[in-house]
Ligand binder design. Sequence first.
Ligand SMILES: [Zn+2]
Length: 448
Amino acid sequence: MARFRMYPTSEQEQQMLLHCAHARYVWNLAVEQHSHWRRDNAHHRPDGKRSGAPSFAEQCRQLTEARAASEWLRAGNQTVQAQALKDFAKAKAARFTSGFGEPTWRKKFVHEGFRVIGDDRVPEYEPDGRPRINPKTNKQVMGRAVTVQRLNRRWAQVKVPGCGWVRFRLSVKGKGARLPAAKTFRVTYRNGQWHAAFAVIPEPIDKPGTGEVIGIDRGVTITAALSDGRTLTCPQLTTRERAQVRKHQRRAARAPKGSERKTAAYAQVAKLKAKEANRRKDWCEKTSTMLARTYDLVRFEKLSIKAMTAKAKAKPDPDQPGQYLSNGRAAKAGLNRGILAQGWGLLRQRTGDKAPGRVEDVPAPYTSLRCSACGWIDKNSRKSQAEFVCSSCGFTCNADTNASINVAAGQGGIPRPRQSAGAGGVTTATSRSSAREPQPTWVGIPLF
Ligand SMILES: [Zn+2]
């Protein structure tokens, strides 16, 4: 993602604010429509079938109708409005993996922005350099590209519908002032500043060709446990910074409504949160590059939908069996999980971008309970959050590392054969991915 500060003229700014309002309106309409559908779907239709949620195509037809009915909407740019629908459809489809969950209501002054799709047409190519052919028409696929023009070393301009050329400053730390190339970009307006974020897909990184497979288990305590025993931690705010956040939140709460002090305090909070987000993004970029560069195949534990969307509630205390975490701790754990989930989603996405075709998601209901040495699955093997002791063979390991070794082996997704109460089950090595079946020695699984 390449992000640049935009400097629209006041006339352009008025038009862009209008785009923001239209995009927000259309997005919120889609949110509302889907929530209605979820409620109504509780009642089955008379014929016993469930009606589907409105699809993207269906919503586009509705947009045409809405535009016909509303002069305000009709005055806006149709592409900007359709892109808002497309963004919604994407967010909806990625709600389990993006880390952001269900798309939610966008607020005025808070989530201001719109997406612009490039109006330039460029021929598309396959990764191996052959032209990409549409099988139906037998013609080369023409993709979109954003029109960007360089003005000088520091300045460039980009076309925004209804605004003509809008200037932006080319300043990416340490990357030189290169022109971004992308299919679309997103314009955002926050704290009185306009930014253009180009969705630049990074160049694929060549595989090292060592045949090495790595498994990654994502968790709250250890952000990413690798099957080679390494543990990676996504940076968060320091204890001191977190204390500052609380301090400014307290000040904001005490300040009178609408006061300058309140705004200033909230701005301080936002600044610290942005700092944390930047650290997280930076870590994801570095880690995904490292993964793509070092390993031929990267296997992620498929994140469980339940864990991703679970609200903070009393959870069993892993350190004291039979005890429950106090609400404060549970809430904090829930919050941490939410923040981390964004990092997990981004790490998976960026690794996929940099190592196309070399990333797999392993469905993993039992990865944390399966012994990576002998394959025995037993919940009693998981002694605590951190410790794994196999109840069958006695293999001991860090619990997260053990899980990541299972992920590397593509194990854990096979439903356990039904056993009598208390007994464990064994899953044998399978050929889930016959083309790339990992060799046990590569991932540290003892050969027996
Ligand atoms: Zn074992």
